[in-house]
Design a binder for this molecule. Sequence first.
Ligand code: HSE
Length: 313
Amino acid sequence: MSFSRVETFAPATVANLGVGFDILGLALEGMGDRAIVEFQDDPHIVITDIEGDGGQLPREPQRNVASVSARAFLDCIGEQRGLRIKLIKGLPLSSGLGSSAASAVVTVTALNQLVGAPFSREELLPFCLEGEALVSGYHADNVAPCILGGIVLVAGITVDAIRPLPVPDNMHLALVTPDFPVPTSDARAILPADVSLKSLIHQTGKVAQLIDALHRRDLQALGDAMEGDEVIEPARACLLPLLHEARLTAKRAGAIAVFVGGAGPTLCALCDSATIAEQVASEMKSLYVEAQMGCIAQFTQVDRGGASVLSAD
Ligand code: HSE
């Protein structure tokens, strides 16, 4: 069954779980983006409105992640009609919370529903990646958990590389997002082009430990693995205000580990209860406020549902 107007939601995501650069990500309960997508007879794609971006996102269809993803979808199915897309951004831009992935996923999810859902959720990945690639190249560690929810291993950028991982029930997260945008492209440009064999062995071991810890629901081992990143975080530390202080603050308040959300500057603290996560979020917020830096703080859990259709007429 096809529809003429569909409204969708896509959650925030955190990619890289400390280690696992470009191959591990998770979806967060709570924050996210919405889209309203409709067909039009005119063959063009029009971004009719974007709310919540402070006017920062491009409205030109060839430069906007949502419309580039939608174009890939329309071309694939040979659809001649164009689209009207309204985006409601709930996610701050360049914050490490997967804003560009959410723009792509929320639009493509709506479009799939508009035409009667010919694709499974996993099969939406390639279309969303075309949009994500516009801002930061082909990496699926935000897009895949945004579509599916949960914690996801993406051992490549193709549909068959998506592997959902177990989510421990007592896994809670406290997040702080300083008002200090870090464009993902800048945070990728700063990374080393090569790593030593010693680093490779260390980093690979920590990824393996992380996946094993999830299967055993062992949050201490999980936290140890998350903080084992010796390649990406050190290179990006100069872009992450108060990283060291926030880690100390979070741990004093009971967090098990602190890792960088995506390309930053969001910091994520792993906690084993909602009460501790609430306290950690509050104390990390105070740290930034005392340093006269604006921030958003939240405590949440892993979202297990992924992108969803809110209404279809
Ligand atoms: N894996 C990506 C990076 C995620 O760290 O550059 C960006 O959100």
